[in-house]
Design a protein around this ligand. Structure first.
Ligand code: FMN
Length: 373
């Protein structure tokens, strides 16, 4: 069998004619729209009506670390649900205390509430978990209410953007608009300032530290969906498209790489180089803090974060969580040493104008896969 490097050399030299057979099968990357039901129709799920499925579908478009989609929904009675964290979808190596899982559940609940409002329902929510490691987190009940006229397209088209940021400071008009859901808990550090430089260096350094922590890299590899068949089977995790590894490099990864390769030095080095390039782009950094660290604080922060992310979509601004700084022990120690105790950072985000806001590509499990009736 031809060695990878040899193969690359050969095609780069133009010496190999590639047919349309199996080698090219990974040519087109899989994206979210490829997996929609024909005509955008909804799933039929016993115990749920069309409104319920529509609301839960929009909820599931929330962001989550490694796109693990940690949520499950237990249907108690019509329009009475419990939202929980599926233990199979936790990320113990990078998120041992479920901090990020709870932020993601918060984002899920925010989308759920917004979609319910647009469908003429009001979502009443109550946090029922006392500790972050319980499975059942929030009870939701929907009551008839006013139609809010929120454009649901904004939820559908929001995405994490990693490349193509412009080097322009964010105007105060937009900083204020994005701060609004977070009140005094969003801090903007414009590019070029000393603080922005520190965050940029930390984002790269703790990404590097995490990449060489075998346990964390192994966990990441478990959420990689490099092969199209794997992506279709799980409909979660990270694909070449969602990591913005496109064209030839994407095809090469899909065709020749497996989960095991993610642990190799060459893969790790490329990842660090890519992140260093990304971290240098954009208009600066946002840090989002919370008042406390309890379950309710994290759910509330995840909800506000999602409202902010939807505003960013409205203003066509890219946001990119770069959270290794908060996940790695050394990173957390640096932050604790330099900041007041009352400032508890929950998100570190790169932010920037884009010449073009790209379509969403990350995959989602259908509602029937995460509902427990
Ligand atoms: C709590 C949390 C932490 C995240 N951390 C990172 C990160 O460190 N690096 C990154 O590239 N994306 C990060 N993301 C973005 C997710 O990878 C992204 O939301 C997921 O792949 C789904 O894609 P989407 O946001 O485009 O729908 C994070 C998202 C959340 C909610």
């Amino acid at each position: 069998m031809m060695h990878r490097r040899e193969f690359l050399r050969t095609i780069l030299a133009g010496g190999l004619v590639i047919g349309t057979g199996s080698l090219m099968s990974g040519c087109k990357a899989i994206a979210r729209n490829d997996l929609q039901l024909p005509g955008g129709s909804l799933e039929t799920i016993p115990g749920l009506d069309e409104t319920d499925v529509t609301i839960l579908h929009h909820a599931s478009l929330a962001p989550s670390g490694h796109n693990s989609q940690p949520w499950f929904v237990k249907a108690l009675e019509p329009k009475n649900w419990i939202i929980g964290i599926d233990p199979q979808r936790r990320l113990p190596a990078v998120d041992p205390k479920n901090r990020e899982a709870l932020l993601s559940i918060g984002a899920f609940i925010e989308n759920l509430s917004i979609a319910a409002g647009a469908m003429g329902f009001q979502a009443h929510t109550e946090v029922i978990a006392n500790t972050p490691v319980e499975e059942e987190i929030v009870r939701v009940s929907l009551k008839k209410g006013k139609h809010t006229k929120y454009p649901l397209k904004r939820i559908i088209t929001r995405r994490t953007v990693r490349g193509g940021y412009l080097p322009t400071e964010i105007r105060s008009k937009e900083v204020n608009a994005l701060s609004e859901p977070l009140k005094d808990r969003l801090f903007y550090f414009p590019r070029g300032t000393e603080h922005a430089q520190c965050i940029q260096e930390g984002a790269i350094e703790y990404f590097r530290v995490q990449s060489y922590r075998a346990e964390a890299q192994k966990e990441l590899s478990e959420w990689m969906r490099l092969k199209t068949a794997d992506a279709k089977k799980h409909r979660n995790g990270l694909t070449t498209e969602s990591m913005e590894i496109s064209s030839f490099a994407g095809w090469f990864l899909r065709t020749f790489f497996d989960k095991e390769d993610v642990m190799k030095e060459s893969f790790i080095k490329r990842g660090i180089d890519k992140v260093a390039k990304q971290a240098a782009e954009g208009g600066g950094w946002f840090i989002i803090t919370s008042k406390g660290e309890g379950v309710s604080d994290l759910i509330d922060t995840g909800r506000r974060f999602e409202r902010m992310a939807l505003k960013a979509r409205e203003h066509k601004l890219g946001i990119h969580p770069m959270t290794q700084f908060l996940e790695e022990k050394e990173g957390r120690e640096v932050i604790a040493k330099n900041h007041d105790e009352s400032m508890i950072p929950q998100f570190i985000l790169r932010v920037g104008y884009l010449s073009n806001y790209p379509d969403p590509v990350s995959l989602r499990r259908p509602v029937s896969w995460f509902i427990r009736t």
